[in-house]
Every structure is written in C-alpha cells, then in structure tokens.
Design a protein around this ligand. Sequence first.
Ligand code: G3D
Length: 192
Amino acid sequence: MGLFDKLVGWLRLKKEVNVLCLGLDNSGKTTIINKLKPSNAQVQDIVPTIGFNIEKFKTSSLSFTVFDMSGQGRYRNLWEHYYKEGQAIIFVIDSADKLRMVVAKEELDNLLNHPDIKHRRIPILFFANKMDVRDALSSVKVSQLLCLENIKDKPWHICATDAIKGEGLQEGVDWLQDQIMQSDQNNENVSV
Ligand code: G3D
C-alpha cells in the first residue's frame, strides 16, 4: 500500500483531517509533503520556503497546512491562527543542522506552550530528517536535544527520515493514522 493510500485510509474517519506541518525553514517540509501527495500531483521543482509563506495542500480527506516557524516574529500571529484547526502535527527537524537545533527546540517549546495547543491531546509526529547527510544526528540524539521525553500529555513519535528517498515516512504516517483513529474512537465512545 502506497503512502497516499494509507493517508486515504483516514477517509474512513468520515471527516477532514487537518495536519499542520511545521518546522524551521529548510528542514524538508515541502519535500515531505510532496512525497505524501499522490504521485501525479507531486511538484518536481521544490522551492525552499523563504520568508513568510503558508502553503495549503488539499487531497480528498486531508488538508495540510505547512509553514516555517523561525525568523518571522512579526507574522507569527498570522500563522498561529492555524493552530486551532490542526488535528495532528508533523514537526520536521533538519538533523544535520546542529547549529539551529536550539532554535528548533525554542520553536517547539513555543508551540507546546501555545494556548491553542497546550491543553489538547494532539498527536505530534517528529521527522528527524536528512538522515542521509554525513554527520547527521541520530533520531535518539535529536529526541534528547529537543527534550521530547518531557512531553507527557500528548502522544508523540519520532522517525528518522530521508525525505528525498522517502525513507522513514511510511512508519510515521502509520503511527499518525493510528493515533487519529484512536482519538476518533475515543470521541465516539464519549458521545455514546
Ligand atoms: P522546507 O520546506 O522545510 O523549507 P525543503 O524545506 O523541503 O524546501 O528542503 C530544503 C532543502 O533540503 C532542499 O534542498 C531539499 O532537497 C533538501 N532536503 C529535504 N529533505 C532532505 C533529506 O532528507 N536529505 C537531504 N540530503 N536533503 C533534503 P535544496 O538544495 O533544493 O535547497
């Protein structure tokens, strides 16, 4: 089963799933989203998202909102507005960019403490991307530097990925799908 077919499995949830794809610029968000889209819709030329840029991709049951999180303080209010709508988060890290790991952590902390995220059990999938780059940090190391073990009130998972080859993405998508289906079932049980 292809990645997109997996994602279409979410159709069974009978609702649109809004996935926020976040991370610093150049971490690989656009490359990842393009791998998740159906092959005939993939963009061949990937333009790094520079400056303030929100991209939205819509497939049959999935709506992805992608934006960069750093260096755009004056626009922050605009993109934070999307937090409310997100039902799942994909947070992409450039594992080879050791210098900006601290910036990635700051942005993650801001995200986790945001009023529209803080009290929700929203699943967060971390992609420790660019694993193919020599000297890239391992996903365990990335996890340590971002202090992921401190996230106690949200389900989270980290996958080592090479977005160019598409490696590791499937595992992450499977996990995210399980989480969304589980939370859907829990909500149904609550409303019965
Ligand atoms: P962004 O959307 O988060 O800003 P992009 O990031 O998807 O535009 O990717 C930024 C650059 O990193 C691109 O290279 C892209 O090809 C590259 N990239 C993305 N994922 C990987 C990966 O897993 N491994 C490697 N080696 N490179 C990756 P360019 O050269 O176009 O800037």
